[in-house]
Write a protein that binds this ligand. Structure first.
Ligand SMILES: C[S@@+](CC[C@H](N)C(=O)[O-])C[C@H]1O[C@@H](n2cnc3c(N)ncnc32)[C@H](O)[C@@H]1O
Length: 423
């Protein structure tokens, strides 16, 4: 592989950041599916990724700011050069001379942007002179129109603004301990038991990583598996299990776990995670909708969803997911719930969860499931035992978590979970 290096001007690094942006905005590709930084030296790769993520995280606010200076939007490639310049000037507070020169040089190198080099020069100079104040007055805007409408309709304007602020602030790193009673020498223990680390922590360098004493898992994502309570020796079917955070929790709590996922590649990650942590589970590659082995006393269904609760970790999501896609996922969740209920034994319990901000993927799924299945009931959640605020329990008895909860401690991923029992 040819190694691309920067000559010190940062041009190559910025161009890679711009390629990443084009892939997300124009091709609707997820950051996790891109490999555009291959060949860059490690510090340059990290910088390109950080720059692109920062632009994605602040796109709404950046575009609002730029609209002060643009009568109409330039070519998308020129808009991306401007967006990158805004991040460098207003967030990174880099020296303006270098930022503007690099932006202009990049613009001149390609056809669709060369004609906009003068405009880019003028706009970025203005942004440098007066942008800070306008930026501060604009506030975060991280949700696309369709999602903002749905989130605003569900949680109100003030909460939606707080959620967008949480998205811009990004997320710390949370880990789950294999032995919850262990006392690690790092991080801060949250009321839920997860250990919270600063964002820049190199997790693989921490004491206990090689021995598998913990794994990375958002504090909210660590709650659904705990809704069952005691699981020692219980047979638990973990549906949609990969990459395996909840499988590991259940296995660590001594359940006999069968973990099923559609994706063999993602299932390999469950296997790797089990090996690293020295835990075991039976792995099954297959479709929930076709799985028929039954009955089970406990089933966890972590259904595929919009993942809108994880935007603070994945700022590319708003540009990749569409309302139509989420509608299709909502139907799939309903079918998966029906399948899971059919696999439960009488008296058996089902935990349903999604990392979504949307009631249609959470509360409304449970309300609809109760109407379809007269033998299903919601069981109460013990907020104190989980270490969460009892006010987070929703009307139908589920647990609703939004990203601005515990904002002063770094927030939480948006999540919904409910515990059901088949009578
Ligand atoms: C939200 S993720 C699960 C996260 C996982 N439970 C954890 O804690 O790490 C959803 C998973 O559902 C899987 N999936 C999607 N459709 C499926 C289907 N029809 N049957 C089984 N698994 C499916 C995806 O491959 C993905 O790994």
């Amino acid at each position: 592989m040819t190694r691309r290096t920067d000559d010190g001007s940062g041009i190559v690094t910025r161009k890679v950041a711009l390629q990443i942006l084009r892939s997300v905005y124009q091709e609707r590709r997820m950051l996790s599916h891109l490999d555009l930084t291959a060949g860059l030296a490690a510090p340059e790769r990290a910088r390109a990724e950080r720059l692109a993520q920062s632009v994605l995280r602040h796109t709404g606010r950046i575009d609002k700011l730029l609209s002060h200076y643009l009568e109409r939007r330039p070519h998308p490639a020129a808009q991306n050069i401007l967006r990158l310049g805004v991040v460098e000037l207003l967030i990174d507070r880099s020296e303006a001379y270098g930022v503007v020169n690099a932006a202009v040089a990049i613009a001149k190198q390609a056809r669709p942007t060369s004609g906009a080099a003068g405009l880019i020069n003028a706009v970025l100079r203005k942004v440098d002179q007066e942008g800070h104040e306008i930026w501060a007055g604009l506030g975060p805007q991280t949700l696309p129109v369709w999602l903002r409408k749905a989130v605003g309709g569900a949680w109100g304007e003030a909460a939606t603004r707080a959620i967008e602020a949480a998205h811009e602030a990004a997320a710390p790193i949370d880990i789950t301990l294999r032995d919850p009673s262990a006392q690690p020498s790092f991080g801060e223990r949250l009321p839920t038991g997860s250990i919270r680390l600063p964002r820049q922590t190199q997790v693989s360098g921490l004491d206990g990583y090689d021995e598998g004493a913990f794994w990375v898992q958002d504090a909210a994502a660590a709650l659904p598996a705990r809704l069952f309570g005691e699981v020692t020796d219980a047979r638990v079917l973990d549906l949609c299990a990969a990459p395996g955070g909840k499988t590991l929790q259940l296995a660590a709590a001594r359940a006999k776990v069968t973990a099923l996922d559609l994706s063999p590649a993602r299932l390999r990650r469950v296997d790797e995670n089990l090996k690293r942590t020295g835990l075991s589970a039976q792995l099954v590659s297959g479709d929930v909708l076709e799985f028929s082995e039954a009955p089970w006393p406990m089933i966890l269904l972590d259904a595929p969803c919009s993942a809108s609760g994880t935007i603070r970790r994945h700022p590319d999501l708003p540009f990749v997911k569409s309302a139509r896609e989420v509608e299709a996922l909502t139907k799939l969740q309903m079918q998966m719930i029906d399948r899971a209920v059919s696999l439960l034994e009488t008296g058996g319990r089902l935990v349903y969860c999604t990392c979504s901000l949307l009631p249609n993927e959470g509360e409304n799924q449970i309300k609809a499931a109760l109407k379809r299945h007269s033998d299903l009931q919601v069981m109460s959640i013990d907020a104190a035992a989980l270490g969460v605020d009892p006010a987070w329990i929703s009307a139908e008895g589920g647990l609703r978590i939004l990203p601005h909860y515990w904002a002063e401690n770094g927030g939480l991923d948006g999540f919904y979970m409910a515990l059901l029992q088949k009578r």
